[in-house]
Structure formats: C-alpha cells, structure tokens
Design a protein around this ligand. Structure first.
Ligand SMILES: [Zn+2]
Length: 353
C-alpha cells in the first residue's frame, strides 16, 4: 500500500526473510482475525439476520472504514456472527492454522468472552471451545496459543464484571493476560482499575489498549491505574517525552500495529505514524497485526511495513522478532527456545534454495 525507498531486490529479499522468520504475535484479536472465507461462511449461515456480506469479494468494501467509530460498528457486526461454541472453536482453530502458516510460533490472542456470553454462549462452553482449539492447534502446527481476556470498553463495567468473573472463575489453561479494548473516547481507563487489580492479584498480566485514539494521558492511566506491563498501541506516547522515558525505564513495551492505525484513522498515514519517533526515543516496541483480514494485512506484512518505516535490514527485523519474544508472557523455556530458533534462522540466511 505504501512504497519505500528501497530497491526491488532488497524488498523482495527482506520480504522472504520475514516470511520465514520465526515470530511471536502479541496483539491480535480473535474475531478480528477471522478470514474473509470464514466471515462469509458465517454470514451465509445467518443470512437474513446480518448485514455482513456473504461473498468474500464484497468484504473488502465492507471492511473499508470511514473512522474509528465505523470500524467498531463493523467489527461488532462480525462479532454478532459468532453464535455458538462450535463457531468459537472452529474460528479459533482456523486462526491458529493461519498464524502458524506465517511461521508464528507463539501468539497471545485477545479474546472477548463477554460478547459471546451476551449472545447466549455459556462461559464454560466458551472456555472449553477455545481450550479445545488451543490444544489441537499446538498438536497440528506446533503453534503455542495463549489468551488475553479483554473487557470490551464500550460495554462498560457490567462487561468488566463478567470478564473478570470468567477469567478468575474458570481460568482456562491458556489464559495469561487481562486486557481492555474497544473505543477509548468516552471510555475512561480509571474506572477499570479495581478489575485490573483483582486480575493482577491472581497472577494475570495487564495489557490494556490505551493511547490508540486518545492522548498520552490514557497511557499514563494504563500504567499508573491499570498496572500495564505492555500497552496495546500506546502510540500517542510519542507526544509526551516524560512518558516515553518512563516506558523505556520500566521496560513497558508498546504493541504497535501500523496498518491498523491508518485503516481506522487513528493516524492519517504511515508517513505520519509515530513508530520511528518511539524507536528513536528508546521506547520498547513490538510489531503486531491487530485485526489483519479487516485491514488487508498479516503479521508478515506488518514486519515489512515496519522495516520500511524504520529502514531495517534483516538483522533489524530479526531484532524486532526477538523483542516480541522478550516482551511476551511466554515462560522462560519457551522464550529461550524461540530466541534460539530466531538466532539459527538468521545465521542460516540466505541458506540454500
Ligand atoms: Zn487491538
């Protein structure tokens, strides 16, 4: 979508390096990862009761967003297609297979159990469905999936209550993180502090969205009030030198999703994206895909986009992949194994064939 000042051979070579590079994905949404084929299949099943097109070819138009509010509206119309535990299990399994095909070895998938529960899926059935998919994905592809249960901010405190209850009451094996998503404007972060405190007290990590469509204050709130160990997006931190210093000193990484920010209108263009400024200030960053099919992207594409924005070569891209592993909530053994894989891949490049 954007051209960068590189020769075609450099770009091709780097793209091939990225494609084969073992990767970790830290910010990708469950329903937002449904492939056009999956969305179309679900839309067909619920034809007459949804405005989502049942033709994959028409989805590109449907997934063209006028602004962030429109993006949320479209997103929720797709969420509405996932209506029983079989939908949840097959969607989760398909996402895992798609990530593994991009050489993703470890992914923290952001799940929003509340939106399924209010559509009538029992919490126990929801957790069983995702755990079943997680085990099958690991067995069939080697990909390790973990969950971030997030509060859909637009549904307020009742959603926070239910999300916390499911997280702590059922505590599926793959659950590692407590999060907060949805719109930020009109959804102040401080009100969620007690829920994050309770989740953290039970050993869950904190990774709320903040500073995507609002200013640096929401990132401060995420750190000071929600105990954020990573921040979803957090890009408005670039407007606040003191905040960037705090992020650097406390090693709080941002989950940056460049194409998403342009597609939702959070930033006007890639050229104006603050990623280079954040990196220049020493803020820890990871690169992620958010809702890839809705933004016509993949994690592999996002690494290429980031490489263009930051002027990275293969060594720089490998370091981006290492950062995602280090700032993940994987256990030490899994981190060491994946870092070793990245080292081996880089050392063998360009290899043969
Ligand atoms: Zn997100």
């Amino acid at each position: 979508m954007t051209t960068f000042p590189q020769t075609p051979s450099t770009t091709d070579s780097l793209a091939r390096f990225v494609a084969g590079l073992p990767k970790a994905e830290l910010h990708v949404h469950h329903v937002g990862s449904a492939s056009p084929e999956t969305v179309a299949r679900l839309a067909e099943r619920h034809a007459g009761d949804t405005r989502v097109p049942a033709d994959p070819a028409l989805l590109a138009d449907y997934f063209t967003f006028t602004d962030f509010a429109h993006f949320i509206e479209v997103y929720l119309s797709v969420v509405d297609l996932v209506r029983d535990e079989d939908d949840v299990a097959s969607l989760t399994y398909d996402i895992g297979v798609g990530l593994a095909a991009q050489q993703v070895r470890y992914a923290e998938l952001t799940m929003t159990p509340y939106t399924s529960i209010v559509r009538g899926i029992a919490p126990e059935a929801y957790c069983e469905a995702i755990e079943d998919a997680r085990v099958r994905v690991a067995r069939d592809t080697g990909l390790e999936l973990r969950w971030c249960f997030d509060i859909p901010g637009e549904s307020g405190l009742p959603a926070a209550e239910v999300t916390l209850e499911v997280a702590l009451g059922l505590r599926p094996d793959g659950l590692v993180t407590f999060g907060l998503g949805g719109p930020e404007i009109g959804v102040p972060r401080p009100q969620f502090a007690p829920y994050f405190a309770a989740a953290r007290a039970e050993g869950l990590h904190s990774a709320p969205h903040s500073g995507e469509t609002t200013g640096p204050q929401s990132v401060w709130d995420a750190i000071d009030l929600l105990g954020a160990e990573r921040v979803g997006h957090g890009i408005s931190a670039a407007q606040d030198p003191l905040l960037m210093e705090v992020l650097r000193e406390r090693s709080i990484a941002l989950e940056v999703c460049p194409t998403s920010n342009v597609c939702t209108g959070a930033v006007p263009s890639l050229a104006e994206h603050p990623l280079p400024a954040l990196v220049a200030a020493g803020v820890p960053v990871t690169v992620n895909s958010d809702d890839p099919p809705m933004f016509s992207t993949t994690l592999t594409d996002e690494y290429c986009v980031a490489a263009g924005m930051l002027g990275l070569d293969t060594a720089g891209v490998a370091d981006l992949a290492r950062a995602a592993v280090r700032y993940s909530f994987a256990d030490a053994t899994a981190k060491a194994r994946l870092l070793g894989e990245i080292d081996a891949y880089e050392a063998a490049w360009p290899g043969v064939g």
